[in-house]
Design a protein around this ligand. Structure first.
Ligand code: NDP
Length: 246
């Protein structure tokens, strides 16, 4: 019997797969039968550990850099095979109020989050189109839907990812390639460890399920969207947020 949302025999590339939500996604896709390439930027030891756990490979690349990203995809193709499943998870924050936001704060976040997602989608798209199959899942955020003070750069990058997702869903759909986004609420990772107790309290008060999410909560949704169980779902933005963003 086929396991629910199985990815048996698929080749998956997870950007920023070395820790946090990306590591949980790498483990979940590996558990579902995929061979996983775990991308990272600087945390080699963490990426190696996740790759060893899932029987995949760890590949360093800055997804914000087009040449680096092209090399990343070519390395995955030569070591594992053509990419069936792409999860754009790599993301950073550089939070501050707009009056104090430097050009570097803006550029780094847009380059990693939005340009990075574009770079990987472009690098895998030709082969996915030729093979008439593929699944792409892009990590956005409730902040990309609703905004958040102090996160103009991050919110813009995540809203941009939603537009990119929908444009690609329309462009690639007739050729069998599905493109969806997952919008987590607040998830316990290093990215959110820095939240003040006060802000944490506000978030919990506005989350009907009354807790922060876990990386595994997000990974399960990503796995579903990557699988054939989601064969008729494209261009969607699936909230995984305990009800925060509805
Ligand atoms: P973490 O900070 O825990 O992990 C980020 C990952 O991205 C690391 O593996 C890091 O690798 C990698 N990374 C960062 N920059 C680059 C780059 N330029 N190229 C390649 N890899 C890079 O983040 P989270 O797990 O919390 O978040 C994962 C995704 O989920 C992000 O897109 C984030 O915006 C989104 N999200 C998170 C939420 C949360 O509450 N945590 C809420 C909503 C969305 P390395 O360690 O090597 O630098």
């Amino acid at each position: 019997m086929t396991e629910f949302a199985s990815l048996d025999g698929k080749i998956a590339l997870v950007t920023g797969g070395s820790r946090g939500i990306g590591a949980a996604i790498s483990r979940e896709l590996g558990r579902a039968g995929a061979r996983v390439a775990v991308n990272y930027r600087s945390g080699k030891d963490a990426a190696d550990a996740v790759a060893a756990e899932v029987g995949g490979i760890a590949v360093a690349a800055n997804v914000g850099d087009p040449a680096d990203t092209q090399a990343l995809v070519e390395r995955v193709e030569s070591e594992l095979g053509d990419v069936d499943v792409l999860v754009n998870n790599a993301g950073i924050t550089r939070d501050t109020l707009i009056a104090r936001m430097s050009d570097e704060d803006w550029d780094e976040v847009i380059d990693t989050n939005l340009r990075g997602t574009f770079n990987t989608c472009r690098a895998v798209s030709r082969k996915m189109l030729r093979r008439r199959s593929g699944a792409i899942v892009n990590l956005t955020s409730v902040v990309g839907l609703h905004g958040n003070p102090g996160q103009a750069n991050y919110a813009a990058s995540k809203a941009g990812i939603i537009g990119l997702t929908k444009a690609l869903a329309r462009e690639l759909g007739t050729r069998g390639v599905r493109v969806n986004a997952v919008a987590p609420g607040y998830i316990s990772t290093e990215l959110t460890d820095v939240l003040s107790e006060e802000l944490r309290g506000v978030i919990l008060a506005n989350t009907p399920l009354g807790r922060l999410g876990s990386p595994e909560d997000v990974a399960a949704a990503v796995r579903f969207l990557c699988s054939d169980e989601a064969a008729f779902i494209t261009g969607d933005v699936l909230l995984v947020d305990g009800g925060l963003g509805m």
